[in-house]
Design a protein around this ligand. Structure first.
Ligand SMILES: NC(=O)C1=CN([C@@H]2O[C@H](COP(=O)(O)OP(=O)(O)OC[C@H]3O[C@@H](n4cnc5c(N)ncnc54)[C@H](OP(=O)(O)O)[C@@H]3O)[C@@H](O)[C@H]2O)[C@@H](O)CC1
Ligand SMILES: Nc1ncnc2c1ncn2[C@@H]1O[C@H](COP(=O)(O)OP(=O)(O)O)[C@@H](O)[C@H]1O
Ligand SMILES: [K+]
Length: 486
């Protein structure tokens, strides 16, 4: 059993591949072995997360996910705990493995009750797993609500019930004020939906057990990014080795966004950072950051530079985009640059032509910006973030960084998209996206492949938020930029 952290590198498999892996594993093992292993693993994790628990409420559903719950109940009963099972299903329609486990729970003396106990020390959600086909209703929906409303921990079996294991979309996410600490023990494969969209909130800390069935020829749907390796600087290196970044943005009233991106690029280790402000009345120097070289955006020669374009760009960014798209050696497109491109077929064609000219481009949309680029709604994007990132990457010939909880990074399709596990809601404050754009710019400026540059910068950006001390002042975008590690 393995606890998944932001440093974990692992393949993620969709439901279809998981089903094939499960079938192959089941065929190679004696009848009922997988469910017995799954139930035992649930019982072990339950004892680890709630060692002093007495009453353990196990809510079991109508399929094999419920079977895992019956099996866990039997194991916990044998170990002296008090599991109480509520079953929302029809015994006559249980799949054979689940029926066998139901019998084992009865034989062990487990209590079956029509309603949840009055209180519990741990709740185990074994209602639905990868077989969920529609939103939860009736008793199952009610039980899930009750679990999440209590302060006792919730352990989800395989997948939090109601969560789409492929996409992270959910009809049953705990409401924001939900109290319970959450854990999820997933079997055979790690599933992408646990790590993006609603998945992070629903699953909590994810644990993985391969049930003794490692190794598969199935293609992963995505990967967990893992932590980037440290890249020590050679002693004899000089600023030319770390590249020039030119931030272009900062229309009247929005200079701060461009300066934040510049600060992030600087602290992330770029050799030189220029900031081309679109505001004609902008100051000639930022006295708080004198290292930044402030220029007129139109005067910058981008042919040897990594441009970071769009932060605080407003409508004025449209006028400079044709030249930026044509001349920047490498490019990060953010915010208003993406909005301008979404509305302009000529700019879209120009963007797509960069890949053909071997000029790397990274785009960093949040879900609404992604929706504009894909001509759909933000809800459509959130309904399948992996698919949306893949579409952005292939339609525009770019590395697409789809931001938000479980940021997705998709490239040219030669490798699966990556899901990043660092970051938290401390980043939900204005300007943190500008900082990310600057950090990616600095990574790109060192000539690293665009996919790797984006992956590393996204990980580091989120890691700053994850390691921000609990008692420290709130994380602002300016502080985030100053923490940007090389
Ligand atoms: N077999 C094995 O060896 C192993 C299996 N494993 C475990 O099995 C799980 C997959 O099991 P599964 O395929 O039975 O799917 P599961 O998630 O239990 O649900 C299917 C049932 O729910 C029903 N249903 C669906 N949605 C519903 C809704 N909203 N409201 C009400 N009902 C709904 C659906 O009915 P139907 O849609 O047909 O009406 C069907 O009856 C997997 O996640 C893992 O935990 C592990 O132990 C490893 C070994
Ligand atoms: N809950 C969260 N979990 C992880 N990352 C988050 C979360 N909320 C925000 N972020 C990150 O913060 C950044 C916000 O970017 P963006 O929405 O463009 O903000 P802004 O335009 O204000 O700079 C993105 O990198 C996003 O992934
Ligand atoms: K479940």
């Amino acid at each position: 059993m393995q606890c998944i952290t932001s440093a974990t590198v692992a393949d993620l498999f969709d439901i279809a591949a998981t089903r094939r892996i499960e079938q192959a594993a089941a065929a190679a093992l004696p009848h009922h072995t997988l469910m017995q292993r799954a139930g035992l693993a649930v019982a072990r994790l339950a004892m680890a997360v709630a060692p002093h628990a007495r009453t353990i409420w196990i809510a079991c559903g109508p399929g094999n996910n419920g079977g895992d719950g019956f099996e866990a109940a039997a194991q916990l009963q044998h170990r002296g705990f008090l599991p109480i099972v509520t079953f929302a299903g029809d015994e006559d329609r249980l799949p054979p493995d689940a029926r066998a486990s139901l019998q084992r729970a009865r034989d062990a003396g487990v209590i079956f009750a029509p309603e949840p106990p009055a209180t519990w020390d741990l709740a185990i959600d074994a209602l639905l797993g990868i077989g969920a086909t529609r939103p939860l209703a009736n008793a199952m929906a009610d039980w899930l609500r009750q679990m999440h409303a209590m302060a006792s921990p919730v352990l989800s079996v395989d997948v939090p019930s109601g969560l789409n294991a492929d996409t992270g979309a959910s009809s049953a996410t705990p409401h924001p004020g939900a109290l319970s600490p959450r854990f999820c023990l997933t079997f055979l494969t790690l599933k992408p939906g646990l790590f993006t969209a609603k998945g992070r909130d629903a699953a909590g800390t994810v644990w993985f057990d391969d049930l003794g069935c490692s190794g598969t020829a199935e293609s992963p749907a995505a990967r967990l990014a893992g932590a980037p390796a440290d890249a020590p600087r050679s002693h004899a290196s000089h600023k030319g080795n770390y590249g020039d970044v030119a931030v272009i943005g900062g229309a009247p009233g929005m200079a701060g966004a461009a300066l934040l991106a510049g600060s992030a690029a600087l602290h992330a280790g770029a050799g030189r950072v220029f900031v081309g402000l679109l505001d004609p009345d902008a100051a000639a120097v930022d006295l708080a950051q004198p290292e930044l070289m402030l220029r007129d955006a139109k005067a910058l020669d981008l042919s040897g530079m990594t441009a970071v374009c769009g932060c605080g760009g407003g409508a004025d960014i449209r006028a400079v985009l044709p030249r930026v798209l044509a001349t920047a050696a490498a490019l990060v497109l953010d915010a208003d640059a993406l909005n301008a491109i979404a509305n302009d077929g000529a700019l879209q064609a120009q963007l797509a032509s960069r890949a053909r000219r071997g000029r790397p481009t990274v785009i960093t949309p949040h879900p609404l910006e992604a929706a504009r680029l894909l001509n759909c709604t933000a809800a459509d994007v959130q309904a399948d973030r992996l698919a949306a990132a893949r579409q952005l990457a292939s339609r525009y010939g770019v590395v697409a960084v789809l931001k938000g909880s479980g940021t997705v990074i998709a490239g040219d399709g030669s490798t699966p998209p990556v899901l990043n596990l660092t970051g938290n809601a401390r980043l939900a404050t204005a300007g943190t996206g500008d900082v990310l754009a600057g950090m990616i710019g600095a990574a790109l400026a060192t000539q690293r492949p665009a996919f790797e540059a984006a992956r590393e910068a996204v990980w580091r950006h989120g890691h700053i938020a994850d390691t921000w001390p609990a008692g420290a002042p709130p994380l602002t975008a300016g502080a985030l930029a100053r923490q940007a590690p090389c």
